[in-house]
Ligand binder design. Structure first.
Ligand code: SF4
Length: 477
């Protein structure tokens, strides 16, 4: 059997047009949602000014809900669920994305995955990283998952489409487990939990380069299918990427989740791959090592060593380096000239065996648990030892909470203690994007965007509402 993938033209965010396209797509794919229907968009971060293109648009969600309602049978529930990124409460991002009004209009349910109970699911495939993985209860109970990714480039994985959107089902406590050089393995593991029965990618305005602060790119397309590997394979071709270069797609396909060869997929719709490719000749990615990413004029320079895992000794895709890139792009959204205006920082990651020449006005971040270096700074001996733990040494049942306020307090305390020192050891595997923001702000002497008036009060209100709801949900089950 060939999986069918549809690429449809859609030039604007018109909910009625989108609903008609999705409904026709569901009919062609013979999709009939039923039971507990859960829609999973990508709302990694949303803010009308600074994170305006990172998420599945509300008009898209609106259209998909209308189409779902018109096609659904034997419905027990229709809900929208997501866990946003970098520990910002999901309810804050849903509000900014305009989801609340859409969900109210359709009288359906919301699951903020950071507020609901997390349950372990046993993994059985031989290639699995772990024996079990934690997911929110509504995901474990869903009968019919509808995956609604945003078409975006990604600095760690090259592209984020259907498969990668599953990272957003995990809460903070479990999300950063294996979010290092094993990220691609983890994405493949997550496919074992549940397979979406319908996928619709918002590729009307796609995102280039970064995933939190992408540059918009008008692609004018909606991609639909019933198999994540097939949909992602077509998505790759739409932007001139060889599917083999998307490692989590390769792993997922090798595990039998679907094809990654166009010959095994029937591509249909009113927008041919060739016509899309014509439009996407200049689509930009950002898959660069950090030591070459920041230009000569930047006050941030990076020294990259070697990394502990055999499958990726040269670089840690999925871990600290990409998180630094995302953090710097967040700063850029607030302060466009941050690279030149910040004080000098040397970012050291991995095992570095050579001496590091540090300028007199430069501060050093030794970033991440795997980082190791021995040498002298200002004539004093400095020894940074690796505290890296292998996958088997990290117990997913004993993870830290990664609570936003606790993490902020801990990181700011580390910065404060090191304020007179020329260097700072940042612990974590990985160090999150949020923590990178704190470290760079402290050492680079630039305002911390977390305390920007556009974020501070609304994020904290959302945080306390999230905590209260999480507390109640613990008792309600
Ligand atoms: S600590 Fe090292 S291995 Fe872990 S995420 Fe960071 S760079 Fe990767």
């Amino acid at each position: 059997m060939k999986y069918k993938v549809l690429i449809m033209r859609c030039e604007e965010y018109d909910p009625d047009k989108i609903a008609n396209i999705i409904k026709a797509g569901m009919e062609e794919l013979e999709v009939k949602p039923s039971g507990r229907i859960l829609l999973k968009p990508n709302v990694v971060l949303a803010h009308p000014e600074v994170f305006a293109h990172a998420f599945t648009r509300k008009e898209f969600l609106d259209g998909v809900i209308s189409a779902t309602k018109s096609r659904a049978v034997d419905v027990k529930e229709i809900a929208v669920g997501e866990r946003s990124g970098i520990t910002i409460p999901t309810r804050y991002n849903f509000k900014n994305a305009g989801y609340i009004e859409i969900i109210k209009k359709h009288k359906i349910k919301t699951y903020y995955f950071d507020e609901v109970k997390q349950v372990p699911i046993r993994l059985k495939r031989a290639e699995r990283l772990r024996d079990s993985i934690f997911v929110p209860k509504p995901v474990a109970q869903a009968d019919f998952l509808i995956n609604l990714p945003k078409f975006k480039a990604h600095p760690w994985c090259r592209l984020t489409l259907s498969l990668k959107n599953f990272i957003g089902i995990q809460d903070d406590r479990h999300r950063l487990v294996d979010h290092n050089s094993f990220l691609e393995h983890k994405i493949a593991d997550l496919q074992e939990i549940i397979q979406p029965k319908f996928i619709a990618i918002d590729a009307i305005e796609a995102g280039q380069k970064m995933m939190l602060t992408p540059t918009p790119f008008h692609m004018g397309a909606i991609v639909m299918g019933i198999n994540s590997c097939a949909v992602d394979t077509v998505g790759c071709h739409m932007v001139h990427v060889d599917p083999k270069d998307i490692i989590h797609l390769r792993y997922s396909s090798e595990r039998g989740f679907g094809p990654m060869n166009l010959d095994e997929i029937e591509v249909s719709g009113d927008f041919s791959i060739e016509a899309v490719q014509e439009r996407t000749k200049d689509f930009e990615f950002c898959l660069e090592h950090i030591d070459s990413h920041f230009g000569e004029n930047s006050n941030l320079s990076c020294t990259v060593g070697t990394f502990p895992e055999e499958h990726s000794p040269d670089y840690c895709w999925g871990g600290c380096p990409g998180a630094l890139q995302e953090a710097m792009h967040i700063f850029k959204g607030f302060y466009p000239h941050v690279n030149e205006e910040m004080k000098k920082i040397r970012y050291v990651v991995g095992k570095v065996e050579e001496p590091i020449k540090i300028e007199t006005d430069e501060k050093v971040i030794f970033a991440g648990d795997c980082t190791a270096w021995e040498g002298t700074i200002d004539g004093k001996d400095v020894k940074i030892e690796s505290r890296y733990k292998t996958t088997r040494e990290v117990d997913e049942k004993q993870t830290q909470s990664n609570d936003m306020l606790l993490k902020t307090a801990k990181t700011l305390w580390t910065c404060f203690k090191s304020r007179k020192s020329r260097y700072l050891r940042a612990k974590g595997c990985p160090i999150s994007v949020g923590d990178h923001v704190h470290y760079v702000s402290s050492l680079g002497k630039i305002s911390n965007v977390n305390f920007d008036h556009r974020l501070l009060i609304p994020v904290n209100i959302a945080y306390w509402r999230m905590r209260i709801n999480r507390f109640w949900n613990r008792f309600l089950g």
